[in-house]
Design a protein around this ligand. Structure first.
Ligand code: FAD
Length: 457
């Protein structure tokens, strides 16, 4: 028997209402159904409900509001803070809502929010089209889009939200709203960066860009301070078609890495030139000239090729911090090398994403993601098995972040459980106050609170 209290909801009635798409603690598939990407969030909800459409989502929302049960909303289940699974409450699992309606002539797509970034990218890629999400196929379009969406097309086409044309949102009072720049513009502004605070997004309408192929893949360079500094400068000077994500780390003994690199500090750079092969070759030449590459797998490929192979892995314990930097000088590059050499964790990384381009041209007040002028987004972190080591690795992550941070500010989707002060840092200037106003209008009772929360008061 499970210890979960289901006193205020009737599981048999739920099963009737949702045609059996309900998993409860005594069901065979319960452990699989409650699992999220980060295994450390090992929680036992009272029920996991998989609605089929917006009307059923509204039913779950109303049930949670009426019963007082905690509501977790799950698209791809990759929340760093464990927000997509509840202890004792209801999980609204969107995984059965995966319809994708393409308007090829209008260069737009309506996508249900149970889709993953990878499934969407592969489907539209078949038509030579793309919308930019992040760097990982299994991340859900729901959480990623609502926080902003920073990926391989960020300098070319901006954030994911810069390509969001409209949305369908179920609000706390159970209404199904169609939202865009003209209809409920306050809500449309808030969901472009404000996360899951304002309702359940059931569908997004995205702009599609022609992208028949890219030049992309991994370039592996030695992880010296000189290379790190020069890499960032080269990326800032590159044409906007080029975005990259650079991971400075000790090279694991993986088969695609040359044995000479194993155990060495390397910069594993994933590059994406969103354009034709010839121009791509020219844009990539300065990167290849930074040092003798340890491996060079950059080549013409479909955009979806960047998301292979499958990326599912079991992450047990992680200590990570996200921050913005105003460039990477030799002091910062040296700090990266020293901190990565100092950790006692089995695996550690400093990730650098060079921003700018199309993302920076959107005015800060246009969306709830307002860090438009930041030049580099960095993440530092390590993974390990033993929770007992957590204090050591948390202190290391804090020290590392402090050594790099260029003032306050954080991307909400890369926040873990870091307290209300850090959530506020995600929303600089007037953004926070505007979000609180919208929250008050659409969710005054804070039904949607299992998230990086913006309280209505
Ligand atoms: C391995 C990995 C790689 C990542 N790479 C990137 C990257 O390259 N770029 C980037 O921008 N981010 C990246 N992220 C961060 C990612 O965007 C966030 O973790 C995001 O919240 C995950 O979305 P999800 O739908 O998978 O997660 P979920 O855990 O399902 O959702 C997270 C939260 O978002 C809200 N939410 C989700 N769907 C909905 C919905 N339909 N309606 C209302 N609220 C909803 C809920 O509050 C939920 O708790 C990465 C995360 C991981 C774990």
């Amino acid at each position: 028997m499970s210890s979960v209290s289901t006193s205020s909801i009737s599981i048999p009635r739920l099963r009737d209402s949702f045609d059996g798409r309900v998993t409860a603690p005594d069901d065979a598939g319960y452990d699989q159904a409650r699992k999220v990407f980060y295994g450390k969030y090992d929680r036992r909800p009272a029920a996991i409900v998989r609605p089929a459409d917006a009307a059923e989502v509204a039913q779950v929302v109303t049930l949670a509001a009426d019963s007082g049960q905690e509501l977790a909303v799950r698209s791809g289940g990759h929340s760093l803070a464990g927000h997509s699974v509840s202890e004792g409450g209801i999980v609204l699992d969107l995984s059965e809502m995966t319809a994708l309606d393409l308007d090829l002539e209008g260069r737009a797509a309506w996508a249900q929010t149970g889709l993953t970034a990878g499934a969407y990218t592969t489907a539209v890629g078949g038509h030579g089209l793309a919308t930019g999400f992040g760097d990982t196929a299994s991340v859900g379009i729901g959480g990623l889009t609502l926080g902003g969406g920073v990926g391989f097309l960020v300098r070319r086409h901006g954030l994911t939200i810069d390509n969001l044309l409209a949305a369908e949102v179920v609000t706390a009072d159970g209404r199904v709203l169609q939202v865009d720049a003209e209809t409920h513009p306050d809500l449309f502004w808030a969901i472009r960066g404000g996360g899951g605070n304002f309702g359940v997004a059931t569908r997004f309408r995205y702009r599609l860009h022609e992208l028949p192929s890219i030049v992309g893949g991994m370039l592996l360079l030695p992880g010296s301070a000189e290379v790190i500094e020069a890499l960032v400068a080269t990326a800032e000077a590159a044409p906007e078609e080029l975005s990259l994500i650079a991971n400075v780390m000790v090279a694991p003994p993986m088969p695609f890495l040359p044995p000479a690199a194993h155990g060495q500090l390397v910069v594993m750079t994933l590059l994406c030139y969103a354009g034709d092969a010839e121009a791509g070759g020219r844009a990539l030449a300065p990167f290849r000239a930074l040092a003798d590459p340890l491996a060079d797998m950059v080549q013409p490929m479909p955009y979806a090729g960047l998301f292979e192979p499958a990326d599912d892995m079991e992450v047990v314990e992680e200590s990570a911090r996200s921050l913005f930097m105003d460039g990477v000088d030799s002091r910062a590059a040296t700090a990266i090398v020293e901190q990565l050499q100092a950790t006692t964790a089995p695996m550690a990384v400093a990730q650098l994403r060079v921003l700018g381009g199309a993302m920076a041209r959107v005015p800060a007040e246009a969306t709830a993601f307002a860090h438009r002028d930041r030049r580099v987004m960095a993440g530092v972190g390590c993974v390990y098995q033993d929770a007992g080591e957590r204090p050591t690795h948390e202190a290391w992550a804090d020290g590392f972040a402090a050594a790099l941070r260029g003032g306050p500010g954080v991307y909400v989707n890369f926040l873990s459980n870091e307290g209300p002060g850090r959530v506020r840092e995600a929303y600089p200037g007037r953004t926070w106050d505007r979000l609180v106003e919208v929250k008050r209008r659409y969710d005054p009772g804070n039904l949607f609170r299992l998230n990086q929360n913006i309280p209505p008061t």
